[in-house]
Design a protein around this ligand. Structure first.
Ligand code: AMP
Length: 424
């Protein structure tokens, strides 16, 4: 380790890249606003127990991936590995459920998982997620799928695919679970190490193992469809009917399960062919038992989370990620001394009008300042020569066509107007 290396699995997002984030964040806010989802910001860390109870003890996240630490008061805290449990905690704690239902909320921020870093998989990554609490309406499941699709489309992403499944509920899942165990037990010695463990603790998770040997065994595993209770069956058929009515393409995948214990009924994932091994750009599902599990009143809910870095990777792969690269509105070239003071006064005035104005801080020659203005892509150069200044004037050069004009420094409002109009 050296002081100048960031921790493994983390990223810096700086100029050239941050503009894309800002554009994306703006689009997220626009889409959420159209669907009536309001932002909720929860703490970066929570009590460890929230995730143990919320996500489930027998999940990869809780068993292997959490950043957990004791604070100085000997409380066990965890950097949030996902956004749903914290949001539900806030929903219960702040009694949001006592107002109008459903409550529609979204979050956007960093999550932390101790995973093996690779392209599209980081230890600190960003999720945008939405959750609708307080209604069991299958239309909300569909909304949780469609809203991120609208975001992907607004970004120009193509080639994504929706996969959908139902994993039943506490009424019908136990019998299915038993069936699965019965099916897999005779094959136990051929399963990978993780699956052997899953067979005992979380048999549903066997279904999405990517190891080849396990996949072969999986091919003959019983499907949940035959085990659904009437309510789950009806719910799922309504979800599919809404998707059809809205013209949303999807693929039924009865092997799709999710890495969290809290899901019930509908689960879904959106993949993008651009992304290689880590190809999920988002995933979600219904979780009708979680609010109660965390101490609230029984409250049905459904949500979705988008991996923001992965979305940007996919957009970049499709050459849809173009940062806006507009330069300053003006670069003031000065000769040092008093001309620099005047340049600073003028720059600060214009900046207060919302214009991007640069000037030299390095005592460079006029030629070097012109070069710097050019390199920054400045729309104008404002030259503060001593002669002009003594007449209360400066020379404004339009860098597009090379035209020059004298501007009156007693009337900075007029100058701001000229610069502002060119910037539009
Ligand atoms: P999950 O919370 O596991 O359902 O993940 C939802 C989405 O977050 C995934 O589809 C990915 O797009 C993204 N994601 C999950 N884990 C990571 C990670 N370690 N690094 C980057 N993105 C991730």
């Amino acid at each position: 380790m050296t002081l100048t290396n960031r921790p493994r699995g983390t990223n810096d997002v700086g100029p050239g890249e941050i503009e894309l984030w800002h554009q994306l964040e703006e689009k997220i806010r626009q889409v959420c606003s159209a669907f009536g989802y309001k932002e909720l910001r929860t703490p970066i860390f929570e009590h460890t127990e929230l995730f143990q109870r919320g996500i489930g003890e027998a999940t990869d996240i809780v068993e292997k991936e959490m950043y957990t630490f004791m604070d100085r008061g000997q409380r066990s805290l965890t950097l949030r590995p996902e956004g749903t449990a914290p949001l539900v905690r806030a929903f219960v704690e702040n009694r949001y459920g006592e107002g109008a239902l459903p409550v529609k909320l979204y979050y956007l921020g960093p999550m932390f998982r101790y995973e093996r870093p690779q392209a599209g998989r980081y230890r600190q990554f960003t999720q945008f997620g939405l959750e609708a609490l307080g209604s069991a309406d299958p239309l909300l499941d569909v909304e949780a799928i469609v809203l991120p699709l609208e975001l992907y489309k607004a970004c120009g992403l193509s080639g994504f695919q929706v996969e959908i499944n139902t994993i039943g509920c506490p009424v019908c899942r136990p019998a299915y679970r038993e069936e699965l165990v019965k099916y897999f037990e005779p094959h136990a010695d051929k399963l990978c190490g993780s699956c052997k463990n899953r067979l005992e603790r979380n048999p549903l998770r066997l279904l999405d193992c990517k190891v080849e040997g396990c996949q072969e065994i999986m091919a003959g595993a019983p499907s949940i469809t035959k085990h659904l209770c009437p309510e789950c069956e009806e719910h799922f058929s309504q979800v599919l009917a809404y998707l059809d009515a809205l013209g949303i393409e999807y693929k039924l995948n009865h092997r799709l399960v999710r890495g969290f214990d809290y899901y019930t009924k509908t689960v879904f994932e959106v993949t993008c062919s651009e992304l290689g091994a880590q190809n999920a750009v988002g995933a979600g599902g219904r979780y009708d038992g979680l609010v109660e599990e965390l101490g609230g009143k029984p409250t049905p809910a459904v949500g979705f989370a988008v991996g923001v870095e992965r979305l940007l990777l996919a957009l970049r792969g499709q050459e849809k990620a173009k940062a806006e690269t507009a330069g300053p509105d003006a670069y003031i070239v000065h000769f040092g001394g008093e001309t620099k003071q005047r340049a600073a006064q003028t720059a600060f005035f214009l900046r207060r009008r919302g214009l991007w104005v640069e000037l030299d801080y390095l005592g460079r020659s006029i030629k070097a300042q012109m070069k710097a203005a050019d390199r920054l892509g400045s729309r104008h150069v404002l030259i503060f020569g001593e002669d002009e200044l003594s007449r209360g004037e400066a020379v404004l050069r339009d860098m597009k066509d090379g035209q020059e004009q004298k501007v009156d420094l007693q009337d900075l409002e007029q100058l701001a107007k000229i610069l502002g109009e060119c910037g539009q």
